[in-house]
Write a protein that binds this ligand. Structure first.
Ligand SMILES: C[S@@+](CC[C@H](N)C(=O)[O-])C[C@H]1O[C@@H](n2cnc3c(N)ncnc32)[C@H](O)[C@@H]1O
Length: 251
């Protein structure tokens, strides 16, 4: 026996506490220590009954724990505890710096397992009743971000898929729309922006690509929560589609 604990990278899903997997919830209940992201909700932390809880949150533009510090804390925790959970918003393997955490743990010979989570793109498709693919209309989807590492500041090329899903795009979305228009995408292409997907304060904004090029407008420009932007013909409302759910209002 190595004497080292095991680390689980667990996907928390988009926020609603019942959108974590059964396996993820069981591990939270059993964990000795949980290191969690800024996007993980208090309801989900309430599921970690016996664990020491450590915030290693990162939100853009706010003070955050450096990734190297998080990596080292994971290694330290695996030396002290048997069951370590690294709880990450959505799915750990998408835009979650999982590669760096896996490398740090593997370098030390620490056993790791990944428990997938519902990534925001599919949660937002469900929340808006809007499939991301559509027979005869959209058969490819890209999950992408314009957010770049500081040592790679150049603007990466935009995906050429039918449906585009932009993570971490709140501030970048207007520039993305301008670039898509310049590439010949239709100005009336449907766009949906979802803030706080799956949470009681979820907001949905429907607009067109040309609207988006002028900014996310008053609806989400001042968004405080995370925002996902979805673009593509598949997102056209159906004729009898019900209205989008509105945020719950306090009674
Ligand atoms: C660092 S990435 C993490 C993505 C995560 N691993 C996933 O699979 O959803 C953070 C971005 O995901 C999106 N996001 C995460 N949770 C969200 C939510 N509940 N509502 C809307 N967007 C969300 C936003 O675009 C946010 O800027």
């Amino acid at each position: 026996m190595s004497g080292l604990g095991k680390v689980y990278l667990v996907g928390a899903g988009p926020g609603a506490p019942d959108l974590i997997t059964v396996r993820g919830a069981r591990l939270l209940a059993q964990a000795d220590v949980v290191l969690y992201d800024a996007l993980v909700t208090p309801e989900m932390l309430a599921m970690c009954e016996r664990a020491e809880k450590i915030s290693v949150g990162k939100r853009s533009g706010q003070r955050s724990t450096a990734q190297t510090v998080i990596n080292q804390r994971l290694v330290d925790c695996a030396r002290r505890y048997q069951l370590v959970v690294r709880l990450k918003g959505g799915d750990p393997m998408l835009f979650g710096r999982a590669d760096e955490e896996l490398r740090a743990l593997e370098l030390e010979g620490i056993e790791v397992e990944v428990v997938p989570g519902i990534t925001t793109a599919v949660a937002a498709a469900a929340a808006t009743l809007q499939p991301l693919t559509k027979r005869g209309v959209a058969r490819s989807v890209a999950f992408f971000t314009s957010s770049t590492a500081p040592d790679h500041p150049e603007h990466p090329a935009l995906p050429e898929t039918d449906t585009l899903i932009q993570y971490m795009g709140g501030r970048e979305a207007a520039a993305t729309a301008e670039r898509l228009l310049a590439q010949g995408r239709r100005p009336d292409l449907p766009v949906i922006a979802v803030e706080n997907c799956s949470r009681p304060d979820q907001r949905v904004l429907r607009l067109t690509l040309s609207d988006l090029a002028h900014g996310l407008n008053e609806g989400l420009e001042a968004a405080h929560g995370p925002v996902l932007v979805m673009i593509g013909e598949a997102l056209q409302r159906r004729e009898h589609q019900p209205a989008d759910p509105q945020p719950e209002r306090p009674a």
